[in-house]
Ligand binder design. Structure first.
Ligand SMILES: [Zn+2]
Length: 455
C-alpha cells in the first residue's frame, strides 16, 4: 500500500497536532489527587466528537471512562484503542526545567506532564485518524476508544465499566496505550504483562510493646509470629510452599522461548548496574535462562517489614505488632483470588490464624501469542518507517490492566506508541521527541489501514 499522502498530511500538520496535545496536557488530570479528572474527560470527549465519534462519558465508582465509537468503511472489523487520560503527580516540582502543565517545545522535544504517558499517545492516535479522514474521507474500519482515568492508580474501577459496556466494547483487536523504541531506535512489541497479588500481613499479640525481661519467656512476640509465617510461605530454596501455588501455570511456548532468547542477555548489565554479587540459584547454576526466569517465573517478594524498635542503641521490648507488605507477580494462568484463599487456609493449618491478610490489589497476567496474524502485521508494518520490524518481547515483568480487557473481549493486544527510553515518564521533565511522534502516528495509520484489509 502507498502511504505517501497520509505521511505528507502528518508532516504538514504536525504543529496543529502538537497544539492540540498541548491543550490536553495543560489540563491537569491527576488520579492520585483526583484533580481535574472530570474536566479532562470532557475535553477529550470534545476532541473525539470533532472526529465524528459518538462519545459517552461513563461514570464509575471512581473517575469516568471516556468511551467513543465511530463506524468505518469495513463495518465487519473493529479496532479498539485502550488509553488513559490520567497522569502521575508532577512533584517534585523544583526538578522541572519547564512548568509541568505548560507544555513547552525545546529543540524538537515537547516537555510537560503527560506528553508521552498517555496524552501523547492519545493525540497521536487522533492525528492518525485525521490523516486518514483527510485522504479517504472515512475511517477504514470501525474504531472504538476506551480511555480510562485511573490507570496510574491501578485501574480500581475499570472492571465496572467493562462489565456494564460488555456488548458495546466488542472488537477484533486492541492497540494498548503505549509503545515506542529502545536505545537503538528499534521499535519494541511487548506482548504480555504479569499479574499481581499485593498483600499486607499483620500480627498483633498485645495492646502495647512489653518489657522483654518480664514477658520474654511467657508472652507471644509479634515479630517472631510474622517472620515464622513468612518463612512458611517461601523457603530458602526459593520455592513458594502455598499448596497449589504452581498448579495453574502455563509454560512459555516454544515461540516465547525463541523470542526471549533472541534478546540480549542482561546478566552482566544488571550486575554492574545494581552491584549484585549473584543471582538466585536456578539462574546462577544455569538451570534456567535469566531472560525466561525473569518474566515466566512467579515471584513472592517481601517489599517491606515493620516491627518493634529500630532506633539507635538497644531497647528491650517484645513488639506487640508486626506487619509486612508481600507481593506475588503472577504468570499465565495463575489466579490471584485462588492464591489468596489457599494462603489463608495454609496459614490457618500451620496455626497462624493470628496473622491477618489484607489485599491491597490484584490482577491476572495476560499475553497475546506471537503467532497471531494481527501481531505479525503490526510488527512488520514498522519496516520502512523505522528501518526494521518491531523487536518482539513475549512477556515483560511488570503488570497492568490488560487482563481485564483480554478476559472480557478475547482479542489480541499489541503495543504501538510514541515513547523512548529517555521520555522520563512519571518523572520530572517528561518529554516527547517530535520525530518519534510523527513516526508513531504514521505507524497507527498503517495499523488501521492494514487491519481493515486483513482476512
Ligand atoms: Zn504511567
Amino acid at each position: 500500500m502507498n502511504y505517501q499522502g497520509y505521511d505528507q498530511y502528518i508532516d504538514h500538520h504536525c504543529s496543529d497536532s502538537i497544539d492540540e496535545l498541548s491543550i490536553l496536557c495543560a489540563q491537569p488530570s491527576i488520579s492520585a489527587t483526583q484533580e481535574g479528572l472530570e474536566e479532562c474527560a470532557l475535553l477529550l470527549g470534545e476532541m473525539l466528537k470533532k472526529r465524528g465519534f459518538l462519545v459517552e462519558i461513563a461514570p464509575t465508582s471512581g473517575a469516568p471512562v471516556v468511551f467513543a465509537e465511530c463506524k468505518g468503511k469495513n463495518t465487519g472489523k473493529t479496532l479498539l484503542f485502550y488509553n488513559h487520560y490520567d497522569v502521575q503527580p508532577a512533584e517534585p516540582l523544583a526538578l522541572w526545567h519547564t512548568p509541568p502543565f505548560t507544555p513547552t517545545l525545546i529543540d524538537g522535544k515537547l516537555y510537560g506532564r503527560g506528553v508521552d504517558d498517555d496524552k501523547g499517545n492519545i493525540v497521536s492516535r487522533l492525528f492518525a485518524l485525521d490523516a486518514i479522514l483527510d485522504q479517504d474521507g472515512e475511517l477504514p474500519c470501525n474504531v472504538k476508544f476506551i480511555i480510562e482515568g485511573e490507570e496510574e492508580v491501578s485501574s480500581p474501577y475499570l472492571h465496572e465499566f467493562i462489565e456494564q459496556y460488555q456488548d458495546r466494547i466488542q472488537a477484533d483487536a486492541c492497540v494498548w496505550e503505549c509503545g515506542g523504541v529502545d536505545d537503538d531506535g528499534v521499535p519494541m512489541q511487548a506482548l504480555g504483562l504479569r499479574g499481581i497479588l499485593y498483600l499486607e500481613l499483620s500480627v498483633k499479640t498485645a495492646n502495647r510493646d512489653i518489657h522483654s525481661g518480664i514477658g520474654g519467656s511467657i508472652f507471644q512476640n509479634a515479630a517472631w509470629r510474622l517472620t515464622w509465617a513468612l518463612s512458611a510461605v517461601k523457603g530458602v530454596d526459593e520455592k513458594v510452599n502455598i499448596p497449589g501455588f504452581y498448579d495453574d501455570i502455563l509454560s512459555p511456548t516454544d515461540e516465547d522461548l525463541f523470542y526471549l532468547k533472541k534478546m540480549a542477555d542482561p546478566s552482566e548489565k544488571y550486575k554492574a548496574l545494581f552491584d549484585l554479587k549473584d543471582y538466585l540459584h536456578y539462574v546462577e547454576s544455569g538451570v534456567e535462562d535469566i531472560r525466561v526466569a525473569a518474566v515466566f517465573r512467579p515471584t513472592c517478594t517481601i517489599d517491606g517489614i515493620n516491627s518493634g524498635y529500630q532506633g539507635p542503641g538497644s531497647k528491650t521490648i517484645i513488639p506487640a505488632e508486626a506487619s509486612a507488605k508481600l507481593e506475588f507477580r503472577l504468570v499465565p494462568d495463575m489466579d490471584p483470588e485462588k492464591i489468596m484463599i489457599s494462603l489463608r487456609k495454609y496459614l490457618d493449618e500451620l496455626g497462624f490464624t493470628d496473622v491477618e491478610i489484607k489485599e491491597l490489589g490484584s490482577g491476572k497476567a495476560a499475553k497475546t501469542p506471537v503467532s497471531d496474524p494481527f501481531v505479525q502485521m503490526v510488527v512488520d508494518s514498522t519496516k520502512e518507517l523505522y528501518g526494521s520490524a518491531m523487536q518482539i518481547v513475549p512477556m515483560i515483568g511488570g503488570s497492568g490492566p490488560n487482563a481485564i480487557i483480554q478476559d472480557a473481549l478475547k482479542l489480541p493486544i499489541v503495543m504501538a506508541g510514541v515513547g523512548y527510553d529517555g521520555a522520563q515518564v512519571h518523572s520530572p521533565n517528561e518529554n516527547l521527541v517530535i520525530d518519534l511522534y510523527l513516526k508513531g502516528t504514521k505507524h497507527i495509520v498503517r495499523i488501521l489501514k492494514e487491519f481493515s484489509e486483513m482476512d
